[in-house]
Structures are given as C-alpha cells and as structure tokens.
Design a protein around this ligand. Structure first.
Ligand code: SF4
Ligand code: F3S
Ligand code: FES
Length: 254
C-alpha cells in the first residue's frame, strides 16, 4: 500500500466569516475525500464541522465543493487528483454556512413542502394501482434522488442570484413536480390543482434556461433536464398554447 501527503485547503469559519486554511494530510490507496477530512479531524482539527452519515453515496449528507465542483465527498476518490494538486474543499455556495463545511439546507425543505403531494385516484385502494411499465420506469428514475442538493447548489438561477430563491424551486423540486404531473394515477387535477400552471406560476419553471449543470453534478445520474425539466416545459407550453385549452380557460374565466 502506498501513501503520500496531500495538500488540502479547507474553508473554516461560520456565519460571521472565515477563510481557507492549509493542511498537509496523509492519503492512502483507495481513499476518498471524506476519509481525508476525517483524518484531518482525527489528527489536526478535532473541531472541524462536517456532515456525513452513510459513506456510501446514499444519504446525501456529505455534499461540499471540491476544487469548485459540487460533489459528494464520500464518492470522490483521491485518485482523480494528481498527487501534487492542492485540493480545496469548501461548503456548498448556494446555502448559508452554519460552520466549516456544514451549510443550512433548509431552503430545500421549504421548497419540498410547497409541492402538493400525490393525490390518490378515487375508488382505487393501495395495492390496486395499475400502471404501464414505462410510467413506472420514469418515476423510478426520479425516485433515485438522494436529496444531496448538489443540483440545487450548482444551478446558476439561485447560485448567483440569492433574490431568485423566493420564486424558484430548483431542479430537484421541479423534477418532483414533473414526476407528479406525468404520473398517470395522480388525481390532483380532479381536485382543481393544475401542476403545469403551478410549475410556471409558483415554482419558477421559466427561470430554468436548460443549462443542464444540474444533470452534470447529479451523483445518481438522473437525467434531470432531459427527462424532467424539458418535458415539463413542453407540457406547460402545450397547455398555454393549445387553442382548445386556451378557449377552455377563457370560457372558465367568464
Ligand atoms: Fe442530488 Fe441528483 Fe437528487 Fe439533485 S436530483 S438532489 S443532484 S440526487
Ligand atoms: Fe438550472 Fe438545471 Fe435548469 S442547472 S437552469 S435547473 S437545467
Ligand atoms: Fe452519505 Fe456521503 S456520507 S452520501
């Protein structure tokens, strides 16, 4: 087993401010960035704050930015960096810092609550749902989400414009709206909820200009843009420009 000393630059501080601190840390074969952060805690900085849980890419807790790219620290192998590279680890930029590498991701939970839940179809009990396999597959892809919020962190709509947070749900939750809108058994419309309209008017679908950065950072490989956001935009546009829908809306508004 070979080992070497890596140069790590880690952001330390809290809501009042902070900065990057330099460390030399031992690295062994097969280790990931989170191993090195844990070694730092064990040997040099016992009070370094970091959030993690599963160390298997499944809990979504260890999100941070490594050399400026949003990543899961437990799934980022040290072997992707050269041995002489300085590895900079900073907290997620789109959310407020609590301390060191820990951010307050409460924004995401507030946005989650703004999306009305699946409405079960009337007269169909649990275990009686029947769906085409392709509809099951579509939902399954979106359900792989581990809520790491890397997509939320990287999307320029909120990353660079704090003011947009109030009006924009972000890719993770627009994907949830898309999932429900395309769900063949969701009976929300029978209760007067138009998910396509709320996607535009309440969740800020129009802010997304399809840059696909969210898709690029998703550790679950979910095709957020191609399979959720673009179809949702198409469905919302159909609703708006379909002459029959347009006429129906006009008549209803009278
Ligand atoms: Fe993370 Fe992907 Fe879910 Fe976004 S969609 S929160 S990047 S797993
Ligand atoms: Fe943002 Fe993804 Fe759209 S990064 S702009 S939500 S394609
Ligand atoms: Fe759970 Fe990294 S510790 S995803």
């Amino acid at each position: 087993m070979s080992s070497y000393e890596a140069a790590f630059r880690v952001w330390r501080g809290d809501v009042g401010g902070g900065g990057l601190e330099d460390f030399k840390v031992e690295v062994n074969d097969g280790e990931v960035v989170l191993d090195i952060i844990h070694r730092l805690q064990a040997t040099q900085t016992p009070d370094l704050a970091v959030r993690w849980n599963c160390k298997a890419g499944k809990c979504g807790s260890c999100s941070a930015e490594v050399n400026g790219r949003p990543r899961l620290m437990c799934m980022t192998r040290m072997s992707v960096f050269t041995r002489d590279e300085v590895i900079t680890v900073t907290p997620l930029r789109a959310f407020p810092v609590v301390r060191d590498l820990v951010t307050d991701v409460g924004f995401n939970y507030r946005k989650a609550r703004e999306v009305p839940a699946f409405v079960p179809p009337a007269g169909v009990g649990p275990g009686e749902y029947r769906m085409m396999q392709e509809d099951v597959d579509r939902s399954q892809e979106f359900r792989k989400c581990i809520e790491c919020f890397l997509c939320q962190d990287t999307c320029h709509v909120v990353r660079d414009h704090e003011d947009n947070k109030a009006a924009f749900a972000g890719p993770r939750f627009l994907m949830r709206v898309a999932e429900l809108d395309m769900h063949p058994l969701d009976a929300a419309s029978e209760e007067g909820l138009d998910r396509k309209r709320t996607a535009q008017d309440e969740h800020g679908l129009g802010y997304c200009n399809i840059t696909k950065c969210c898709t690029e950072v998703c550790p679950e490989g979910i095709h957020i843009t191609d399979n959720a956001l673009i179809p949702l935009k198409e469905r919302a546009a159909d609703r708006k420009y379909d002459p029959v829908v347009w006429l129906g809306n006009k008549i209803r508004r009278r």
